[in-house]
Design a protein around this ligand. Structure first.
Ligand SMILES: *Cc1c(COP(=O)(O)O)cnc(C)c1O
Ligand code: SF4
Length: 485
């Protein structure tokens, strides 16, 4: 676990403007910090938002138009809150980052600019040159092999009865750690992206595949983020899928509840399109829900609560999935707080992911051991149905596995071995802890590239498996055979 992990403690000093707790707070909330949500016009401590009214701040157009996408806009927004070297550090970070910069005013207002270097929200969305470290040699773009599991571009059909529909490649903010950095967001200096635009012709190919496979009952509509689809596009996709008889369940994936909750309060046409799909689904006996992505308790304010109230009031189930990120939320107390706060605002914690093998964000990855230890500290705090399952999406396309279900885990080399019989009975999937967090002996072994194949072979053999079987999830891009011994 990171030494630098932020912990939300009751006695934590709050940054300026973030200190006003609920004016609705009653004595019953005392001693229950998860119920004490940030209230009021907390954005006004940011120089550029000093005169922004509540009505303006809740306007989703205003939020989108004022997103910070370049270093000069960042400097203009923050005024003299920060010294010049910080902005140079961001510039250096962006030169090598796989994701472009896009931060909403909502998130800008929640970052503690007195200490941006250790702030958990800044870390998720803004790269710094000074914190980038070398990638693990087994890290690579599209480590989950989504493209090779796509019968048509943007439809990942990996599991027998469910499919992942990537409707677009845009989001209201860009996460540094996005597993889809091969596709999502603008091109960056390092990556020219595999774009999946919001195009009805491409969508039709995906719908046709779903129509022709009557084993598919469950569709994840994701991207990118459905926040960036227009209301009529939400309705088109939703109703087209509802019209397919064998489709029984559908989830719309959006991070907006964490980063742009104003969308749910001011874009009535968009909300009504979603609600319309959900209500028609209900009449047909089909489940239509929202999956969101809230990583830190501080992302939840009175605005988020108002948004989830509206959706819950319309009968829509909301579930949360987030990634365990070093220095952001890799702390048991903080994660317990997140689980309690999500439950409090009618969001079911569903998954906590082991960080995928994504390039350019090695500083954010944790070890599998950290995840195992945190899971133990989280389970039992609340209702089982509000307790997230901790999963590892097996590199190479094995799909989600319970983190505890490894066949073998070597804490010295950081190599873990997984199987996934419902995806491929004969495959082995391998995950790698960040080298920086390994004990001295493990770091020494990875220092010699000539040893890498042996490290992997040894782990597969220790798992009692045949090292000649097809290994997935090592080597950057393609499925490779282990060298014959
Ligand atoms: C995550 C994912 C799903 C949905 O999986 P659940 O475990 O049901 O949440 C479906 N298809 C693909 C390719 C996925 O990555
Ligand atoms: S919101 Fe989701 S898809 Fe978009 S950048 Fe973040 S992790 Fe990637």
């Amino acid at each position: 676990m990171s030494e630098a992990s932020p912990v939300i403690a009751e006695d934590d000093a709050e940054p300026p403007g973030l200190g006003q707790t609920s004016n609705l707070a009653t004595t019953s909330n005392e001693g229950h910090p998860h119920r004490q949500l940030l209230e009021g016009d907390f954005w006004r401590h940011i120089p550029a938002y000093r005169d922004v009214s509540t009505a303006t701040f809740l306007d989703h157009h205003w939020q989108s138009q004022h997103a910070v996408t370049r270093v000069d806009k960042l400097a203009a927004t923050l005024g003299d809150l920060l010294p010049l070297p910080f902005f140079r550090d961001v510039e250096a970070g962006l030169e090598r980052a796989p994701m472009s910069l896009r931060i909403s005013p909502y998130v800008m207002s929640l970052i503690d600019w007195r200490d941006p270097y250790s702030d958990p929200l800044r870390k998720q969305f803004m790269p710094l040159g000074s914190e980038q470290i070398a990638d693990h040699p087994m890290v690579g773009y599209d480590s989950l092999h989504e493209r090779s599991d796509s019968p048509v571009p943007g439809l990942v059909h990996r599991y027998p009865d469910k499919a992942l529909f990537l409707a677009l490649d845009l989001c209201p903010v860009y996460c540094r750690f996005c597993t889809r950095s091969y596709s999502v967001g603008g091109d960056t200096e390092g990556v020219s992206k595999y774009h999946l635009r919001a195009k009805p012709e491409r969508w039709e190919d995906a719908f046709e595949h779903i129509r022709n496979h009557d084993e598919i009952e469950d569709i994840v509509v994701s991207g990118g983020d459905v926040h960036n689809l227009r209301a009529d596009q939400i309705a088109d996709i939703g109703h087209t899928l509802l019209d397919i008889p064998h489709v029984r369940r559908m989830r719309f994936a959006t991070k907006a509840l964490a980063v742009q909750p104003a969308k749910f309060l001011s874009d009535d046409e968009w909300v009504e399109a979603l609600v319309g799909v959900a209500q028609r689904g209900r009449k047909l006996g089909k489940e239509v829900v929202i999956h969101t992505h809230i990583s830190h308790p501080r992302e939840i304010t009175w605005i988020t609560q108002a948004a989830t109230r509206r959706l819950y009031g319309e009968g829509i189930t909301i579930r949360n999935q987030c990634v365990l990120l070093r220095g952001v939320n890799d702390d048991p107390a903080l994660l317990r707080m997140l689980v309690k706060r999500l439950s409090y605002i009618n969001v079911q914690p569903y998954y906590v992911y082991q960080h995928d093998l994504v390039p350019g964000v090695e500083d954010l990855r944790t070890t599998l051991g950290t995840t195992l230890a945190i899971e133990k500290q989280v389970r039992g705090i609340t209702a089982g149905f509000n307790t997230p399952t901790f999963v590892l999406d097996a590199p190479g396309g094995g799909g989600k596995r319970d983190v505890h279900s490894f066949e073998h885990y070597d804490r010295t080399t950081g190599v873990s071995v997984f199987r996934s019989p419902n995806v491929d009975e004969n495959a082995v999937y391998i995950y790698f802890d960040p080298i920086e967090l390994l004990p001295e002996e493990g770091r020494r072994q990875w220092a010699d590239p000539g040893e890498h194949a042996t490290l992997i072979t040894n782990a597969v053999m220790a798992a009692g498996l045949d090292p000649q079987c097809l290994p997935h999830g090592w080597g950057a891009q393609t499925r490779r055979r282990l060298p014959v011994m």
